[in-house]
Design a protein around this ligand. Structure first.
Ligand SMILES: *[C@@H]1O[C@H](CO)[C@@H](O)[C@H](O)[C@H]1NC(C)=O
Ligand SMILES: *[C@@H]1O[C@H](CO)[C@@H](O)[C@H](O)[C@H]1NC(C)=O
Ligand SMILES: *[C@@H]1O[C@H](CO)[C@@H](O)[C@H](O)[C@H]1NC(C)=O
Ligand SMILES: *[C@@H]1O[C@H](CO)[C@@H](O)[C@H](O)[C@H]1NC(C)=O
Length: 334
């Protein structure tokens, strides 16, 4: 009877899905960064408005090694908004990270990634983003001005006059507004805006004739441009000075690498964020909550923490350099 009971217990233990034991790994290990950059690519592919994000640091990293060829990573990533609009074909590693004095945007993502026989698959993503706080911006730039809401009437007006001005230039194609990226008041009479334009199927003449319905080209024909403009109003003269510069992008890069990835579709939420100050990075895909016990993860996490040691005299022992904490990793930017 006792034998029977114990074998039953063994069976029971085998049937209950025990939480896999994740171990804390080095946040700055090249393998960890490789997985993090794959996740970043996935996040940027699925963030189809606003700006691309760059990796600032790996904040936490855990891995579960099933065997040599099969590893599952759970990473927490700190991201920073770049100046490349999401439609820009520039690879994110060549995009300039938005500096503090322009009120940076920080993204925070939890990702779960599988590496199987050298191929990565994103199993889950959960992201959010927020504007750098005034307390952080102000010391770096006491004279900086904070962002205006994207639906502010003065911001919308500045974008409108800038686009009219650009279409009156020497380009042959007529451009539509795709989205407003940022708006910032420089002073009472000056607004700086960033926006994305998209080519229509009309020439300037066709658009000006008013005879043809002009629509934005989409899909493989879509051609975008990123614009920065400053509009200064002179109330005394009742006139505006517009200084607009647009960079028309080449064709959209084919995202063929993605075809080799078994992706969980990510549902972008709130694609239009007119009441907001920035384009929030808010998406989540099937994030497995139930399968792993967080207590097991927490237990493992503690191992990676630096150990505070005391000598017999009560004096703190200088930290052993070999015992540096594995995480968080170092910041790549700020
Ligand atoms: C990994 O990718 C390579 C090349 O893309 C492919 O040949 C191989 O079958 C893939 N392995 C798995 C397990 O998907
Ligand atoms: C047309 O625009 C291009 C690029 O903005 C500029 O280099 C060129 O000088 C302009 N041509 C004329 C005739 O204004
Ligand atoms: C642009 O596309 C719209 C809708 O397909 C069409 O009605 C219009 O005639 C096109 N304009 C030009 C100039 O081709
Ligand atoms: C901007 O959007 C917010 C939230 O959607 C709304 O409360 C506000 O009235 C809007 N402002 C303008 C000027 O439309």
């Amino acid at each position: 009877m006792i034998l029977k009971l114990s074998s039953f217990l063994v069976l029971l233990l085998q049937c209950t899905a025990l939480p896999p034991l994740y171990r804390v790994i080095d946040c700055d290990d090249p393998q960890t960064h490789e997985a993090a950059l794959f996740a970043l690519q996935h996040i940027n592919w699925n963030h189809n408005h606003g700006y691309k994000y760059a990796l600032n640091r790996v904040e936490e990293a855990k891995a579960y090694t099933q065997n040599q060829d099969h590893v599952i990573y759970i990473l927490e990533l700190d991201l920073l908004e770049t100046k490349c609009p999401s439609v820009s074909p520039t690879p994110v590693d060549q995009c300039i990270v938005r500096p503090r004095n322009e009120q940076a945007v920080e993204g925070d993502c939890d990702v779960k990634i599988q590496k199987l026989h050298g191929n990565y698959t994103v199993l889950g993503v959960r992201c959010k983003s927020e504007l750098d706080s005034a307390e952080n911006v102000f010391p770096a730039c006491p004279l900086c001005h904070f962002l205006a809401p994207l639906n502010d009437t003065n911001v919308i007006h500045a974008v409108d006059v800038s686009l009219v001005n650009f279409n009156a230039g020497n380009n042959t194609v007529f451009y539509h507004l795709h989205e407003i990226g940022r708006g910032q008041f420089q002073d009472a009479n000056s607004v700086r805006v960033e926006f994305v334009i998209v080519a229509s199927n009309c020439s300037i003449e066709e658009a000006n004739s008013g005879l043809s319905a002009c629509v934005a080209n989409t899909g493989a024909d879509a051609q975008y441009g990123g614009c920065v403009s400053t509009v200064v109003t002179n109330p005394a003269l009742q006139e505006e000075t517009v200084n607009v510069q647009c960079n028309i992008y080449g064709p959209q890069p084919a995202q063929d690498q993605q075809a080799t990835v078994q992706d969980v579709p990510v549902v972008p939420q709130q694609p239009k964020v007119h009441g907001h100050y920035h384009h929030s990075l808010y998406h989540s895909s099937l994030w497995p909550h139930s399968s792993e016990s967080s207590s097991a993860e927490h237990h493992q996490k503690a191992i990676g923490k630096p150990v505070v040691r005391r000598s017999l005299t009560g004096e703190p022992v200088p930290p052993n350099t070999l015992q540096r904490p594995l995480c968080p990793g170092r910041k790549l930017f700020f």
